[in-house]
Structures are given as structure tokens and as C-alpha cells.
Ligand binder design. Sequence first.
Ligand code: ZN
Length: 211
Amino acid sequence: MNIRPSKIVCIGRSYAAHAKELGNAIPTRPVLFIKPPSTLATLEQGVVWNRNLGSCHYECELTLRVDRSLTNVTDPKQALAAVGAVTLGLDLTLRDLQSELKGKGEPWERSKAFDGACVLADWVDVSEVDLTCTQYELSINGEVRQQGNTALLLHSIADMLCDMSQAFTLEAGDVVMTGTPAGVGALSSNDVLTMTLFTQSKEIVWQTKVL
Ligand code: ZN
């Protein structure tokens, strides 16, 4: 299934170590925001942003595709059963602009919803991973910068999906980015980003670059 999602739902501060590195309090419920489908970019398209808007940070995140609609779900098993595929994605963030917006109490869209702000790798069938302890990694120019494991999420993926579905309907095809582990930082021209997903049987490696 490869339909255009109606939205990409993102979670902020889902790992304690990342909340701390940006000086944010650890939230008691998931912080949600949405990227429109116009943010989607492929690995081949690479990372592109308007340099006039300041720094662009990488956030490598385990990303889910919801294949069945979820509304007001309270049963974690039902929520998990709707996930059809996983991949790794980059929740690109114009950090200088986001800091300015946060300071003014404004929404984050200008910093998180620009064209190309969601770079996704290829979908992998969900049966390849155990969503309660999926490990992944981001290297830049050969140096490991981020290591994530869903076992360290403040809220389990099942609980996050239930919570989202109570805020709004997740439609079939919608994409969920589960939040970034620590180690975010600014990108530079020509950086090569390597994302590795550790499935139960193998390592899947994807590359993209900053244009
Ligand atoms: Zn993020």
C-alpha cells in the first residue's frame, strides 16, 4: 500500500534524553504536531531547506504507517494491529526559527512543515520488527550521532497511537513519526546521512544527503 497520507503525525519529546538536551520538561502526555503531506520527500530528493531561515536540524525517527483507521481507540492491541509498516524518517526542523516561534508562543509549522521537511526511507513490513524494542541509528559522514530504541520511549507506541486516536482520527495511510532520541544537531551542505534499522533478522541501511 502506497497511498498519499492525509497527514504525518509527529511526537515531540518522546525520549527523556532528547527532552533534556533541548531544555524541555518531560511531558506527562505525548506532545503532538502534524506535518502536511506536502512535506514528504524521498531519500533521492535529499535534504533541502531555505538557508535564509537559519539552521536545519536532523531528527531521525522510527516511523509507522497506519493501514487501518483509528478513532477513539483505548485498546493498545487494536492500535498496534493497525500498523502495517515501519521505516526510518527525518523530522527536519528549522531550529533557529522554531526557537523564535516557541519564544513568541506561536505554532511550529513554519519550522517543521516546509516542503521536504519529512524525508522517508522505504517501508518495511511491520512483522520484521518488535515495536516494543526496535533499535535504529543515524550516522553523519560516517560518525554515529543518534541511537534510538523504542524500549526507551516515555510512552509505548501502542499508548501513543491510542492517545492520538482520541485527539483526531488516524486514517488509513497516515504516517506517525515516533519522536527523536538524543543527539540532534545542525546539518551542513553535502553531509551524507546514513540511517540503519535493526530488524529481527538483519540491518537495513539507507542513505540520503544534504543538497
Ligand atoms: Zn521529531
